[in-house]
Ligand binder design. Sequence first.
Ligand SMILES: CSCCC(=O)C(=O)COP(=O)(O)O
Ligand code: ZN
Length: 210
Amino acid sequence: MSLFQSRWEELASIKAELACRDWFPGTSGNLSIKLNDDPTTILVTASGKDKSKQTTEDFILINDSGKPITETNAKVSAETGLHLEVYKRTNAGCCLHVHTIDNNIISELFGDEGQVVLRNQELIKAFNIWEQGAQISVPIIENIADLQELAINFGNAINPQVPAVLIRNHGITAWGKNGFEAKKHLEAFEFLFSYHVKLQMLASAKLSYI
Ligand SMILES: CSCCC(=O)C(=O)COP(=O)(O)O
Ligand SMILES: [Zn+2]
């Protein structure tokens, strides 16, 4: 099996698993995986497609400027620039962007602070942080319509020690050195967001009940 075929199947498998969680509402979300460095080649999801479906045109092979390397009628993800910033600034090999209700709520709850600090949770070990009292701070940037400006702001917010950036009322982009690690990180962030949202809801329900 060629590297192209193997990376295609790896990304298709991750996409199918994330789709099972209904993490691609309304054609939202985009995924990418790196094939080579020097020159950089990346598979990225085609724009505007229903990512819960599996087709032979789901991904496009691009260079490090985001331009297709092979003939295609499909358009590259509108948010390819975010993925390119991750590959430029980190050692990521795979990058996953999803819009979930939990990540959108967290981004709004903490958006004014510009970050959300996650602590006191065993799952923080998914980021290879094992010390007592471990915590991880996820940057949050404002969502803007100009995607080139969004990519610049996104790139400037990247902390190589933290494999994600939240875009307020939009979604999360998480990454890892390979598909396995990127998916592990994304799942851990979404678990921590969901935990926090539910805890806040229960705490305020309890208060109003007393
Ligand atoms: C309806 S979602 C709006 C675009 C977006 O935020 C997204 O994640 C999907 O864009 P793409 O071009 O990758 O389909
Ligand atoms: Zn998006």
